[in-house]
Design a protein around this ligand. Structure first.
Ligand code: 13P
Length: 340
């Protein structure tokens, strides 16, 4: 696949009004989510849940891409159709999480490094064959006493850059995700400083590894206070701080930035995305790649069996976030229930 194709895939993933559904929870993470509805996590319940998400009628109006987990990209629906084909038929671009999760960084208590580079070059062509057109790798940076350290930031940035270079080599659009966690009682200013340092280091490494910026996407946290910080910032302040941080660190040639939800309340995540999309003259598309903020209501509504209720809940959140991409979301949308 040539470079022009990679850029057009990156641009399609952040087309106006569209977002990315992150459905790439690892088995331990989806098991934790299923515990909230008292559902046993088995290969089949995970398949049934993802099948419910992907078959939501009209999902393609709001969702341009879905990030899958390795198990899911190999699964078939109850009608024996590959789950990937359900997405492809709707014009939704399938993607794949290729990192192997985080491990404690040796010698740096409280810090993590993302693993998965070994053998990655060999794994990628199989994903291309199975229909994936983009990849994702998530690095996590925690804020705490004396952390993050420069070592943790640069080790994770280095891994992100190597992942991105290997993905582009294989003809896949990398989504580079450095996530500064919301855990803790830090201020919004502290989150902004750490995110700025992380992004600065990530783009330096990407350049050093000759990653084509126009052929990738950035997935990042919004700038907000830690979950346990007393006073949560208001929506305009989050939008201002986030755009200020990005403006100082992200090259204009990047096609788009997609935000993760990171444990924010789902409606708040939509409000903040909406506020950012009301700014003029932003050089990048400002999209979303939410897992929890798109799926949480759908998981509760589905509750292991109610497919139509799950569809309606997912479509509702997807529609709200799609409106937020144009800065046209309003709270009234929360009370209107769209007809499927
Ligand atoms: P959340 O939106 O739940 O943070 O998940 C996004 C994601 O893909 C994390 O890697």
């Amino acid at each position: 696949m040539n470079a022009t194709n990679l850029e057009s895939i990156a641009r399609a993933l952040v087309a106006p009004g569209k977002g990315i559904l992150a459905a790439d929870e690892s088995t331990p993470t989806i098991t934790k989510r299923f515990q909230t509805i008292n559902l046993l996590s088995t290969e089949d319940t995970r398949r049934a849940y993802r099948e419910m998400l992907f078959t939501a009628p009209g999902l393609e109006e709001f969702i341009g891409g879905v990030i899958l987990f390795d198990e899911t990209i190999r699964q078939r629906s109850s009608d024996d159709e590959p789950l990937v084909d359900i997405l492809k038929k709707k014009g939704i671009i399938p993607g794949i999480k290729v990192d192997k999760g985080t491990k404690p960084l040796a010698g740096f208590p409280g810090e993590k490094i993302t693993e998965g580079l070994d053998g990655l070059r060999e794994r990628l062509p199989e994903y291309v064959k199975m229909g994936a057109r983009f990849t994702k790798w998530r690095a996590v940076i925690a804020i705490g006493q004396g952390i993050p350290t420069e070592t943790c930031v640069s080790a994770n940035a280095h891994a992100l850059a190597r992942f991105a270079a290997l993905s582009q080599e294989a003809g896949l659009v990398p989504i580079v995700e450095p996530e500064v966690l919301m855990d803790g009682d830090h201020t919004m200013g502290h989150c902004e400083d750490v995110t700025r340092m992380m992004l600065h280091t990530v783009f330096k490494e990407l350049a050093a590894h000759r990653v084509a910026i126009e052929n990738m996407l950035l997935k990042v946290n919004m700038i907000t206070a830690g979950k346990n910080y007393g006073q949560q910032p208001n929506v305009p302040d989050v939008a201002d701080a986030t755009l200020r941080c990005l403006a100082g660190t992200v090259p204009n040639s990047l096609p788009g930035i997609v935000f993760l939800s990171g444990g924010q309340d789902d409606v708040l995540a939509t409000q903040r995305l909406n506020a950012m999309n009301q700014f003029d003259n932003v050089p990048w598309q400002l999209g979303f790649s939410f897992a929890r903020a798109l799926q949480a209501p759908a998981l509760q509504a589905w509750n292991g069996e109610h497919i139509r209720a799950g569809h309606l809940a997912l479509l509702h959140r997807a529609q709200c976030n799609s409106a937020a991409r144009f800065g046209r979301y309003s709270e009234e949308m929360e009370t209107e229930r769209m007809a499927a």
